[in-house]
Every structure is written in structure tokens, then in C-alpha cells.
Design a protein around this ligand. Structure first.
Ligand SMILES: O=C(O)c1cccc(C(=O)CC[C@H]2O[C@@H](n3cnc4c(=O)[nH]cnc43)[C@H](O)[C@@H]2O)c1
Length: 290
């Protein structure tokens, strides 16, 4: 029978979360929400950067990493952190564009689906995503029980409007009514778009860790109008959301449902472009260890 060190005792109270944001202003908002800004956080070096580690009074540990803008930077940063430490949950977080009327400015959005919206090819018949092209997945699905739990906690805390639905990951911020309409036609359940969620979820999936996306809305998705962006308001909502999340309960809900979150295409070829994880996948039971 293996001997466990005190630090390795199983249980949701000891959950380890990795929160990946794009820029330092978002990291600061998350850290303020966690009560871990400044001296309360430990700076942990990583190859190519550093993260801030906060030990919560409930026993959970939350690492906050500003990984850069866009899915590529986010995937690289998340993969680096996941290689350096063990996590029970990875959260992609930050500001986002909201699809009206479901996600107004200041709203908090929880992803029921994390979808790469512009990963594919233009064809004479229109856009075809990489799943349709036979190259893998464009969607990760966070555990519904965990999404419901987080939404309930945010609503109970009075953290402002909360919307659940698909969060699109795009490499180009939408700047026209035409593209906004095309996105909602293809993804009727879309509540928001941002630029990192799918990259973070891909990295988490390869490490067998559940992923989750939480965004707060800074601007409407549509015709480009930088004067309409309310970044301060969205950062305030991000801080309130991270103050209200039920960390140990979230870990428990995720342990019950397990991982991964990806949905490979039914037609995925045997030699798909999906890389195998760097080591053996952790069993769902083990992934929930606190
Ligand atoms: O256009 C500009 O002048 C400009 C200035 C500062 C930042 C930006 C961004 O595009 C920030 C992208 C950043 O924020 C997330 N985000 C926020 N709103 C949206 C959106 O409507 N569509 C996509 N991403 C958005 C995103 O996740 C990035 O991290 C532009």
C-alpha cells in the first residue's frame, strides 16, 4: 500500500487549480478575487515566465498564469504549467466579447462548450471546420455538473448577470455585423467569443485534466467600436467571479465526472493529427485527487 505524504491526502479541499489568463491585468483581477494579490501570492518560475500561486483558506491551491493573447500562446503556456505541476482543473479566464442579448457588458459567462470557431477551411460550400475535414476536434465540453455548480454559486453571490453557453475561440476579434451573424448562425448557442479557451482546453486534454472557461464581457461582438469596450467593468466582474467560485466543490464535481473534455470526430482517421499525451493519461479517479 503506497504511503502518502500529508500534502498528498486525497480530497477536494486540497484541489489544485490552474487559471490561465491572457494578460497581467486579467491575472491581477483574478488574484484580487482570490485575495492573493501581492505578498499573499508566491511567485513560481516556469520556463518562459512565471505564475502566481495562492493558497486559499479552504485548502485549495490556485495558480494564476498570464500566458499571452491567442490560442497558440495560451496552449503553450498551459502545457508548460501542466508539465511542471499536477492540477485537478484548468480554467481559461479573462475578458470577452458577448453576443447580445444573452451576454451584456459586465456579465459573467461560463462555457458549456469551448469551440474553435475559425479553425478550418473556406470551401465553395462555406466554412468547414477541422472536424468536418477529418483532422480532429474543434470542441471541448466542460463537465455540466461543474458548470451548473459554478453558475449557481455566482448567482447566489450576486456577482451580476451569469450566462451559460458556447464560448467561441477566435484568432481574429470579430469586427463586423456580418461576421457576428455568421458565427451565431453556425453556433446558435454562442454566448461569447475570446481568443484563448480552445488552446487551454487542448493542453488540458493532453494532460488528462478537466478544463473550464469563465469570461466576463467587456464589449459586444459586432461592428468594431473600441470606445464601447468596458475593460474596467469586465475586470471588476472577473474579480467578483473568482471571489465567489466554490473551489473544493468544483473539484469534487469534476472528480465525479472525470476527463477529458474533447469530442473527437466520429470520422477521425486512425492516424489522426491529434497528438498523444506526453505520458500515460491519468485515470479519472486519480485526476480528481486533491
Ligand atoms: O483593438 C484594440 O485596439 C485592442 C486593444 C486592446 C486589446 C484588444 C484585444 O483584442 C484584446 C483581446 C483579448 O481580450 C479578449 N477579448 C475581449 N473581447 C474580445 C472579443 O470581442 N473577441 C475576441 N476576444 C476578445 C481575448 O480573449 C484576448 O485575450 C484590442
Amino acid at each position: 500500500m503506497p504511503v502518502r505524504l500529508p500534502d498528498e491526502q486525497p480530497g477536494p479541499a486540497r484541489a489544485r487549480l490552474l487559471v490561465v489568463v491572457a494578460v497581467p491585468a486579467e491575472a491581477d483581477a483574478v488574484l484580487r478575487g482570490l485575495g492573493g494579490l501581492g505578498a499573499a501570492a508566491e511567485r513560481v518560475p516556469l520556463p518562459g515566465g512565471a505564475l502566481d500561486r495562492v493558497a486559499l483558506p479552504c485548502g485549495a491551491t490556485v495558480d494564476v498564469l498570464a500566458g499571452g493573447v491567442g490560442p497558440g500562446a495560451a496552449a503553450a503556456a498551459a502545457a508548460t504549467a501542466l508539465t511542471a505541476a499536477r492540477y485537478d482543473l484548468v480554467v481559461s479566464a479573462g475578458i470577452a466579447g458577448g453576443f447580445a442579448p444573452r451576454a451584456p457588458i459586465g456579465a459573467t459567462v461560463l462555457a458549456t462548450g469551448i469551440v474553435a470557431a475559425d479553425l478550418g477551411a473556406e470551401t465553395p460550400e462555406g466554412f468547414a471546420d477541422v472536424t468536418e475535414l477529418g483532422f480532429g476536434t474543434v470542441r471541448h465540453t466542460p463537465a455540466p455538473a461543474a458548470v451548473a455548480l459554478a453558475a449557481e454559486a455566482l448567482r447566489a453571490a450576486g456577482a451580476g448577470p451569469v450566462a451559460t453557453g458556447t464560448v467561441l475561440t477566435v484568432s481574429t476579434v470579430t469586427g463586423s455585423a456580418g461576421r457576428a451573424a455568421a458565427l451565431t448562425a453556425r453556433h446558435p448557442d454562442a454566448v461569447a467569443e475570446a481568443m484563448e479557451g480552445f488552446g487551454v482546453a487542448e493542453a488540458a486534454d493532453r494532460h488528462g485534466v478537466p478544463a473550464f472557461e469563465l469570461r466576463t464581457v467587456s464589449n459586444p461582438v459586432g461592428p468594431r467600436d473600441r470606445t464601447a469596450w468596458r475593460i474596467g467593468e469586465a475586470l471588476g466582474a472577473l474579480e467578483r467571479a473568482f471571489a465567489a467560485l466554490p473551489y473544493p466543490a468544483l473539484a469534487l464535481a469534476l472528480a465525479a465526472t472525470g476527463s477529458p473534455t474533447s469530442e473527437p470526430a466520429a470520422s477521425e482517421p486512425p492516424h489522426s493529427h491529434r497528438a498523444e499525451p506526453p505520458g500515460p493519461r491519468r485515470a479519472p479517479k486519480e485526476a480528481g485527487r486533491g
